[in-house]
Design a binder for this molecule. Structure first.
Ligand code: COA
Ligand code: AMP
Length: 625
């Protein structure tokens, strides 16, 4: 079936379309209902279905003869480790980990927070939760203690699973001081902390609530799968919103498994047995969906890479991994290739490797800028596909569905909406805009399977963030346009969320940290263009009277404060002290005007601006050095 026919089938009969795709997974109780509404009015997929996600990623494949096939290739240039873990192996280890969790009192609906680097034990921990119907919440290792603490407070887990360290190129990031600080700061009571001791960071001493990973794997009896409702949460993944409090995106079990399994063939064009590599981190949605769940649901081999695109040891690292493991599809962020191109502009690093195996390169996390696209296309002999999605959706909203039909690509476009998603562009009054006109990108309800059914214990914020602006539509937060041929161009966020090296961060949250400094009178943090990372945060700060003398020291303090409160991943390295900030007469800081000035884009200041003369000062202050 063509793209158009498939798209129309999903649009005209979503129930029939998705109940048919539901056959891709195994159910304890087959669903008869497609999309229904729950008591809160939220759309729920397959609400009468019963299944277990872990069964679908492991037991089923081992039963069907994949026990000896590699499930995970673990490749860690930062430690020198390499492992091949078969489906049979992985199942055995997950059964034991699930037994350990059960022994510690974890069961269906309980939360487990996982704060781990890119090691196989992190995947084992996630799948062990899924096996018991427990809800995991993975926290990215680049977040500082207060971020971990906020997530612990919100998720109230019974157990925290961690490791003694992560490794950033050659810098050992010791986790225990971060974990212990977070445990002190959180309002949640956590019964047990399971610690994977890594040789790079030996465990100095063990507290009574700590349990070593080795012991944990032995304390219980191997556990079987707990059947759960399709609508039971599989995980909560916190992501940046526009305020300091992260949003707990809930993912259900059934809809998630169905949409992800289908996406593997329809979008990525892979089959069971193929090697799939998402060069992301398990702390992000890409890692959840395409390092862990989707490849294993499909019976593929996933690559778990604990390294960077450059410096571990060089800019050929990605090509080496593709060649060594015969990767069929690579999925990464454009920023990773900008980093590689900076080190190796001619692509000399490819020469040593056989990349015949690579059939497609998918990019997401930020817009694939045409120069990076052109560079990649000049080097590799396979489709380079931009696809657009968010933590909230769990899989791509728009892309080039290679497994259905390879559409003619257009540089700068994420191609077309995928079957299941109905996209529109609205003006601020909610009026649909014609082709070519830029506005808010929205998705008509209902959202397809796998998209978030709610925010963790915050239904009000769920409605307010996504549905109240334009009734009947999900607000993506991105701006863009659809051209006359139906191609989507996503141009960037319309809110205070920024994308720094493919990482989603909140400038509002950074502002809260900066504003808390005693010398700061007021501030704005904006995302400005960066050639490598796409965007980086810039703090514009007005100091209190008399504080100017200590300005350089304050700048450094603010940088350190953001690093220690949010984490190094915020990449908050630039602070500019200014005399005042441009505002409307009602006192609202003109952030979008500031962003335009900083990026050298044309702008029209609002008529409500308090004092237009200030824009000249801003232009001088923000002029690229
Ligand atoms: N644990 C601890 N610290 C981390 C971390 C982690 N998991 N991930 C990043 N950090 C730290 C980095 O070490 C760096 O610290 P520093 O300020 O001491 O140098 C800081 O956070 C910023 O990291 P990053 O933005 O990643 O910048 P970088 O200069 O280290 O690397 C790239 C630049 C482009 C190579 C890197 O950002 C990258 O590989 N990006 C791809 C991102 C990606 O895959 N995103 C997923 C979307 S698909
Ligand atoms: P995250 O939730 O971390 O996956 O970040 C989602 C945001 O990243 C989106 O709302 C977009 O702003 C941005 N994004 C992701 N993929 C793309 C893409 N292909 N093109 C443009 N922006 C993207």
């Amino acid at each position: 079936m063509s793209y158009l026919a498939t798209y129309q089938a999903a649009q005209e009969d979503p129930a029939g379309f998705w109940l048919n795709k539901a056959q891709l997974i195994e159910w304890d109780v087959q669903p008869t209902l497609a999309v229904t509404q729950d008591d809160a009015g939220n759309e729920r997929w397959f609400s009468d279905g019963v299944m277990n996600t872990c069964f679908n990623v492991l037991d089923r494949h081992v039963r069907d003869g994949r026990g000896q096939q590699a499930a995970i290739y673990y490749d860690s240039p930062v430690t020198g480790a390499r492992q091949c873990i078969t489906y049979g192996d992985l199942l055995g280890r997950v059964e034991r980990a699930a037994g350990g969790l059960k022994h510690l009192g974890v069961g269906r609906g309980d939360r487990v927070v996982i704060y781990m680097p890119m090691v196989p034990e992190a995947i084992i921990a996630m799948l062990a939760c899924a096996r018991l119907g427990a809800i995991h919440s993975v926290v990215f290792g680049g977040f500082a203690a207060p971020e971990l603490a906020v997530r612990l407070t919100d998720a109230t887990p019974k157990v925290l699973i961690t490791a003694t360290c992560g490794i950033e190129v050659d810098r050992v990031v010791h986790y225990m001081p971060i974990v212990n600080a977070a445990l002190e700061q959180t309002q949640a009571t956590i019964d047990r902390v399971i610690v994977l001791e890594r040789p790079e960071s030996p465990l100095a001493q063990q507290s009574v609530r700590e349990l070593s990973w080795e012991r944990f794997m032995q304390v219980g009896e191997p556990a079987g799968c707990t059947p759960v409702a399709a609508t039971d949460p599989l995980y909560v993944l916190y992501t940046s919103g526009t305020t300091g409090k992260p949003k707990g995106v809930v993912r259900d079990n059934g809809g998630h498994a169905v949409a992800l399994a289908w996406s593997m063939s329809a979008v990525y064009d892979v089959a069971p047995g193929d090697v799939f590599w998402a060069a992301s981190d398990i702390g992000w949605v890409v890692g959840h969906s395409y390092i862990v769940y989707a490849p294993l649901l499909m019976g593929c081999t996933t690559v778990l890479y604990e390294g960077k695109p450059v410096n571990t040891p060089d800019a050929a690292a990605f090509w080496r991994v593709v060649s060594d493991y015969r990767v069929r599809v690579l999925f990464a962020a454009p920023t990773a290739f900008r980093a590689i191109r900076k080190e190796d502009p001619r692509g000399n690093g490819l020469a040593d490797y056989d990349l015949d195996c690579l059939k497609a390169l998918f990019l997401a996390g930020e817009r694939l800028d045409p120069p990076t696209l052109n560079w990649l296309e000049s080097l590799i002999d396979c489709p380079v596909v931009d696809h657009w999605w968010q933590t909230e959706t769990g899989w791509a909203i728009a892309g080039n569905p290679l497994g259905i039909e390879r559409l003619e690509p257009k540089p700068g476009s994420a191609t077309k909406p995928l079957p299941g998603y109905q996209l529109e562009i609205l003006n601020p009054n909610g009026v649909p805009l014609p082709a070519g006109e830029q506005g808010a990108v929205v998705i008509k309800r209902p959202l397809p399977p796998a998209c978030l059914p709610t925010l963790w214990q915050d239904q009000e914020r769920f409605e307010q963030s996504y549905f109240n602006t334009f009734p009947g539509y999900y607000l993506t937060g991105d701006g863009g346009y659809i051209d006359a041929d139906g191609y989507l161009f996503v141009m960037g966020r319309m809110d205070d969320v920024i994308n720094v090296a493919g990482h989603r961060l909140s400038t509002g949250e950074m502002e809260e940290v900066v504003a808390a400094h005693t010398a700061v009178a007021e501030c704005a943090v904006i995302g400005v263009h960066d050639d490598l990372k796409g965007q980086v945060p810039l703090g514009l700060v007005v100091l209190k009277d008399g504080a100017e003398v200590a300005a350089p020291a304050i700048e450094e303090e603010l940088i350190q404060q953001v690093r220690q409160t949010i984490g190094p991943v915020a990449s908050f390295r630039r602070v500019l002290i200014v005399n005042r900030l441009p505002k409307t007469r009602s006192g609202k800081i003109l952030r979008s005007t500031l962003r335009a000035i900083a990026d050298g884009r044309p702008y029209t200041p609002p008529s409500t601006i308090e004092d237009p003369a200030i824009l000249k000062d801003m232009a001088l202050a923000l002029a690229p050095s």
